[in-house]
Design a binder for this molecule. Structure first.
Ligand code: 6SD
Length: 245
């Protein structure tokens, strides 16, 4: 996969891909990530990327010309038939695991990171294939949102993880994860649940499943509304509800 990130602040995005798992994916050749400085596509002395809004009002708007020229240049340099152009914006479709999965099937993503009050509307209508938001909070620009999107997508690429791990985790599964413990068995008086050290794998699996259902019910009941539970899980859930009343 190829991912281009178009930004006026490439420095913000230099850190996130230089460490840990995403770095490994790059080193393994699973993904190639390029930071594209929007100012390289200006032609004036001051490398101006923004301008005042028509009609008046506060703030500045990213000009259309550098964005069009940057994206067209990236498209001209790729072998891909249709690189998928994404604008990170609070007005976009909400990122979730399904969307991350869909994007992980694309060969070439071009992510446009907005800044200031936003981008000229003609960028949205004529250049962008999909507008995406990472959640209902306002950021100062699209850079951190695009880093989140890249992280969520790259970990789904074939060869990134042992196959099962990425598929079975929370948010593809409808349930939240059970608690995890490691050594020591007692820390500052806090004990590891004995069942986890019992060596009884069937008991352990049952305990974990019960914890998952309980956590989901307590913290994210919305996830239970839309998911079809296994019959065993329904029984666990009914027991939890019974104990409450
Ligand atoms: C002006 C931006 C670009 C400002 C954003 C995206 C999400 N989910 N929240 N905020 C955002 C993106 C804000 O440029």
């Amino acid at each position: 996969m190829k991912i281009d990130l178009v930004t006026i602040f490439p420095g913000i995005l230099e850190g996130p891909f230089k460490e840990s798992m995403i770095k490994r994916a790059i080193d393994q050749g699973l993904v190639e990530i390029s930071l594209v400085d929007l100012r390289d596509y200006t032609h004036d002395r001051h490398h101006q990327v923004d301008d005042t809004p028509y009609g008046g009002g506060k703030g500045m708007i990213l000009k259309p010309e550098p964005l069009f020229e940057a994206v067209e240049d990236l498209k001209a340099k790729t072998n891909e038939e249709h690189p998928w152009v994404i604008l990170l914006t609070p007005q976009g479709e909400r990122l979730n695991q399904q969307l991350a999965h869909d994007l992980s099937c694309k060969k070439h993503l071009i992510l446009i990171c907005g800044r200031y009050e936003g981008v000229d509307e003609r960028v949205r209508t004529a250049l962008v294939d999909q507008e995406i938001s990472i959640g209902d909070y306002v950021l100062t620009g699209g850079e951190l949102a695009s880093a989140v999107l890249v992280d969520a997508v790259v970990r789904l690429l074939p060869g990134f993880l042992a196959e099962e791990a990425s598929v079975n985790e929370s948010f593809t599964e409808p349930l939240l994860e059970h608690p995890h413990y490691t050594r020591p068995p007692v820390y500052r008086g806090m004990e590891v649940p004995p069942v986890l050290m019992s060596g009884n794998h069937a008991e352990i699996a049952r305990w974990r499943r019960e914890q998952s259902v309980r956590r989901t019910y307590e913290r994210r009941p919305d996830l239970l509304d839309t998911s079809i539970l296994m019959p065993e899980d329904e029984i666990i859930l009914n027991n939890i509800k019974k104990k409450e009343s």
